[in-house]
Design a protein around this ligand. Structure first.
Ligand SMILES: [Zn+2]
Ligand SMILES: [Zn+2]
Length: 137
């Protein structure tokens, strides 16, 4: 993919631009993502931190655990980002906040051991399922 991806929150106060190649496009079913978003699962993609440019306002952060900071819009509350201190060079961005989310194709489900039974999208059934993280962490 060579095009530059752009996206933002519901109210438009926080906008971003991605200059690199997204990887780890995945549906996360963990309890923290569900609670942070109010959705049955959250779809993320990962980019190098230096490839992410916040335009105008930046998100504010909530530490959902000592090592994790989740970014959200201070005005509309939209969930935007996830950073784990063990991975300081990478950042996860919510794929559904992209202006054109269908440019990315999710590759897997992670944290399936915490998934909601009624949150299973039938059309995604063929993707690999990981009980915890994609790398077994
Ligand atoms: Zn907003
Ligand atoms: Zn999660």
């Amino acid at each position: 993919m060579s095009s530059i991806l752009t996206g933002g929150c519901l109210c438009g106060a926080v906008r971003y631009r991605i200059h690199g190649q997204p990887f780890h496009v995945t549906h996360c079913h963990c309890i923290s993502c569900r609670k942070a978003s109010g959705a049955a699962f959250l779809t993320w993609f990962t980019v190098r931190l230096i490839e992410l440019e916040w335009l105008s306002e930046k998100p504010v952060y909530y530490h959902s655990s000592a090592a994790v900071q989740r970014g959200f819009c201070p005005h509309c509350g939209a969930t935007l980002s996830y950073q784990h201190e063990s991975d300081p060079d990478d950042i996860d961005i919510t794929a559904a906040t992209l202006d054109a989310p269908e440019q990315l194709a999710p590759e897997s489900h992670i944290w399936w051991q915490e998934h909601l039974g009624w949150g299973e999208p039938a059309e995604q059934a063929a993707l690999p399922v990981h009980a915890r993280n994609h790398d077994g962490v």
